[in-house]
Design a protein around this ligand. Structure first.
Ligand SMILES: [Zn+2]
Length: 132
């Protein structure tokens, strides 16, 4: 099962802080997402339990597994988008629609679509489709 778009958002914020060289804090994540610290605390603990993030030294860090899961969701999203645009759907609408399937479409189906589309390297918005 792929991570949800909600989990993705949290991981994106944590990774953004990590990429700048430090650990994320519950307060910082809450502020970035415009939510209460209680909600951030709960969701971050959930991510830690799933092995997608971990507490280390000065704060919270995304794990290798977390990064892999983010890439998997991005890949599913962009493959679906590419298919929808190829079928004649407007790119922005395709992005919106892709969010209805990207969390749940099985990996094998994403890979079948990817092959069917001729192994595209970029999505309709020109962003790279990450490899598995
Ligand atoms: Zn999109």
């Amino acid at each position: 099962m792929r991570i949800s778009n909600r989990e993705f958002l949290y991981l994106l914020v944590i990774k953004g802080v990590n990429d700048k060289g430090s650990g994320a804090t519950i307060f910082g994540v809450a502020k970035a997402l415009g939510i209460s610290t209680a909600s951030a605390y709960e969701e971050i603990n959930h991510l830690i339990r799933k092995g997608l993030a971990e507490k280390r030294g000065d704060g919270i860090y995304i794990t290798e597994e977390g990064i892999r899961e983010m890439n998997s969701l991005i890949r599913a999203h962009r493959v679906i988008e590419t298919l929808l645009v190829k079928a004649g759907i407007d790119p922005d609408k395709a992005c919106e629609l892709a969010k209805m399937f990207d969390e749940t479409l099985p990996e094998e189906v994403v890979e079948k679509l990817y092959e069917y589309l001729g192994r595209p390297s970029k999505c309709p918005h020109g962003r790279e489709i990450p490899s598995t």
